[in-house]
Design a protein around this ligand. Structure first.
Ligand SMILES: [Zn+2]
Length: 170
């Protein structure tokens, strides 16, 4: 462990791509570079009820059809492979499930302690605020970001699925 105030994880770069202001709960996409060596992208700045927070990159959860083994979205009612009726409550079972709530996403990279979580959050939100400030200046150009990221429709208005770089970001 490092000394007080030091971090084993050192974020050496934060890139922030702002979304179109205030249309969505999703305020920005971010990527972070750790120790000059490792990039984690697809972090998100989300407008929550108590202000903005940072969401870790996540993937949509799927499970397999009991009849044919085909992969389906956890919320799907019918198998996309064989058309079998699926148990709609299957997402409520399992170790990770919260009672009464279907867990649709799982983080793919995340801190495992609150100190690291706070550190990442603070670095990302600081960069986010700086980017907001910059974006108010004339001639602002948003930074280059990876362009093949799956868009997470959970943070867009009516559940419309869009991919990074399509429409709202250009
Ligand atoms: Zn099936």
């Amino acid at each position: 462990m490092g000394k007080e105030g030091e971090h084993n994880v050192e974020i050496t770069e934060v890139r922030v791509k702002l979304t179109e202001a205030n249309k969505n709960r999703l305020q920005a996409f971010c990527s972070i570079t750790i120790n000059n060596d490792f990039v984690v992208r697809d972090l998100k700045v989300i407008e929550g009820q108590k202000g903005v927070f940072v969401a870790m990159p996540s993937r949509k959860l799927t499970d397999r059809c009991t009849k044919c083994g085909g992969k389906n979205n956890i919320r799907a009612c019918y198998c996309s492979e064989c058309g079998a009726k699926l148990d709609e409550k299957r997402g409520l079972k399992g170790e990770e499930s919260i009672p009464g709530k279907i867990k649709l996403y799982a983080d793919t990279a995340h801190p495992i302690n609150s100190k690291c979580r706070e550190y990442i959050q603070q670095r990302v939100l600081t960069a986010f605020k700086e980017e907001l400030h910059k974006s108010a200046q004339p001639g602002y150009k948003s930074p280059k970001m990876p362009d093949d990221t799956d868009f997470d429709e959970r943070y867009v208005g009516e559940g419309k699925e869009q991919r990074f770089g399509e429409g709202i970001f250009t």
